[in-house]
Design a protein around this ligand. Structure first.
Ligand code: G4P
Length: 522
């Protein structure tokens, strides 16, 4: 095995998905603690007292107490290199999350055990499922009274259509929480015990020694009943199915009290796959340990840190090894680019990367070369990764600078923020007005906040409301077709599209111009 193959095999790159408040930030922090990246759990509570979670970088996040941007965290654990890609939980930022999910090899789904599967989890799950990557489930907040574990597992199958296979099982919950019956490791993990005496071994029949006080506890007895039931009627552990995302290993625990997180992380590191081959150039397979470097940009972000005014393109390395100063070709333009400046992400501190391999994420300082979805490659052979999902915006605003004398900063901010991809820019077809489209309302708030704070440009937003965006073949376009109810605009490639006031306006248009072909994007 070559050194590169060895290194690639050590990588575990994943994202955590959840409905807001299920505990994603808390569990991320616990993992960073195990990885030795942070020394004390900043815990989510610190947000309120002014010490912000390490993964929350932007001012807007601090102000609103939500995690808006996806950040990347990296640490070593049990000889493996872990890359966690953080994703915003708020639904208005789903688009950003969807793209991030294209850059990972596995997903962890955190569920609040009192609430079960919530809407945002369901939505994100669908995207992960489509990718066919393994999904690990953490049923959180066991220190509170939650729903019956059997119900929670059944819900996975009923609502998400994925088999759940229990790796451990709670013994009690809430104030009565005694511990976890650890099926996977054949032991009991006691709640609130110091490290060494936390584990009690089980015998070959999966029973505690009779003289253990817990062995007589009725909660332990009822856990044994559940385990019997699981053995008879539950799903059997199937690694093949797990790797394809058809079965999810389910772990219980409490992120806040750091219970069950380590057990989870240990199993995860063992079961989750190292970077796999990618399909490139439409139908070719490219091995992760192919010696030629290649990767794709899944995110662009400006001004991530007020101390470093810059723009960063996040690249998922798909194959080979990245070395500082490496020369690559940008597939979209065929132009050569030297990658001199890159960072990897150790929590909030940014350190210069010297080299990174397939599976890792590097942040490239970007002076405007890159776009989301761009492929880069170092060898002679062109490598193009599949296109990233693009969503048709639903809410539109006309935007103008408040101070017309500040056109320059207005244009700079607009261009940079639009290139990040969270918001789309359109221009009036004949008027050249600036029109912004987004999937969620909050994106506009973030946009004007950032325009003011980062580019010193106050903007006015005039709502055009919810609109249905449909592209039209330019050859069929006639200027008479446009009206206020179906606004004609052009996208960043100059392609014309209509913003229909509602579905009725679209139908009316179709009736009037039956031969005109209208298309949507995703
Ligand atoms: P998110 O990133 O998924 O949005 O969730 P986050 O970790 O921010 O957690 C949301 C809330 O749930 C926080 O409380 C957090 O302390 C709490 N929490 C997370 N894990 C657990 C757990 O295992 N048990 C219990 N009981 N609570 C948990 P909050 O009240 O919203 O914030 P704060 O007042 O603690 O700052």
């Amino acid at each position: 095995m070559t050194k590169l193959t060895d290194e690639v095999k050590k990588r575990r790159t994943f994202a955590i998905i959840s409905h807001p408040d299920a505990g994603k930030t808390t569990i991320t922090e616990q993992m960073l603690l195990f990885g030795g990246v942070i020394r004390s759990a900043g815990t989510v509570k610190a947000r309120k007292s002014g010490h912000y979670a390490t993964s929350d970088w932007m001012a807007i996040e601090k102000k609103r107490g939500i995690s808006v941007t996806s950040s990347v965290m990296q640490f070593e654990y049990q000889g493996k290199r872990i890359n966690i890609l953080d994703t915003p939980g708020h639904q208005d930022f789903s688009e950003d999350t969807y793209r991030t999910l294209m850059a990972v090899d596995a997903a962890v789904m955190v569920i609040d055990s009192a609430k079960g599967i919530e809407p945002q989890t369901k939505k994100l799950f669908k995207v992960v499922k489509k990718r066919g990557i393994p999904i690990f489930t953490f049923m959180n907040k066991l220190d509170r009274d939650g729903r019956e574990p059997l119900d929670l597992i059944a819900e996975l199958e009923d609502l998400l259509g994925i088999e759940g296979v229990a790796m451990n099982w709670p013994i009690g919950m809430g104030k009565q929480l005694k511990g976890l019956y650890d099926i996977d490791n054949n032991r009991v993990e006691l709640y609130r015990k110091d490290d060494d005496d936390r584990y009690l071994p089980l015998d070959k029949d999966g029973k505690l020694a009779e003289d253990e006080p817990l062995a007589k506890d009725s909660l332990y007895q009822s856990t044994l009943d559940d385990i019997d039931l699981l053995k008879e009627a539950g799903n059997t552990f199937d690694k093949e199915k797990i790797l394809k995302g058809d079965q999810t290993p389910v772990f219980f625990g409490s992120a806040l009290t750091n219970f069950g997180v380590e057990t989870f992380l240990d199993s995860f590191v063992n079961l989750a796959p190292a970077p796999q081959e990618h399909t490139v150039n439409e139908d070719e397979k490219l091995a992760a340990d192919d010696p030629e470097f290649s990767g794709f940009v899944f995110k662009i972000q400006a001004n991530m840190n007020p101390n470093h005014r810059d723009r960063i393109a996040f690249v998922r390395i798909g194959s080979g090894e990245f070395k500082k100063g490496i020369d690559v070709t940008l597939a979209r333009t065929g132009k050569p680019v030297r990658l001199n400046n890159a960072t990897e992400f150790m929590s909030s501190e940014r350190v210069q990367v010297s080299d990174a391999v397939a599976g890792d994420i590097v942040g490239l300082y970007d002076t405007g070369n890159f776009q989301i979805g761009d492929s880069i490659y170092a060898g002679k052979k062109k490598i193009v990764y599949p296109a990233l999902p693009q969503f048709t915006p639903e809410i539109f605003m006309r935007v103008t600078p408040k101070n017309v004398m500040k056109q320059k900063s207005f244009h700079k901010g607009m261009n940079q923020l639009v290139q990040e991809g969270a918001i789309q820019l359109y221009r009036g077809y004949s008027t050249d007005d600036y029109i912004l489209g987004a999937v969620g309302q909050l994106q506009f708030e973030v946009f004007s906040f950032r325009m003011k704070n980062e580019y010193n440009s106050e903007v006015e937003l005039h709502t055009l409301g919810n609109r249905v965006a449909r592209w039209i073949n330019p050859d069929q376009l006639d200027s008479k077709m446009s009206s206020s109810r179906n606004l004609l605009v052009k996208d960043r490639d100059g392609e014309p599209l209509f913003l229909f006031e509602n579905a009725f306006a679209e139908r009316w248009f179709k009736d009037k111009y039956p031969d005109v072909e209208l298309t949507s994007r995703l």
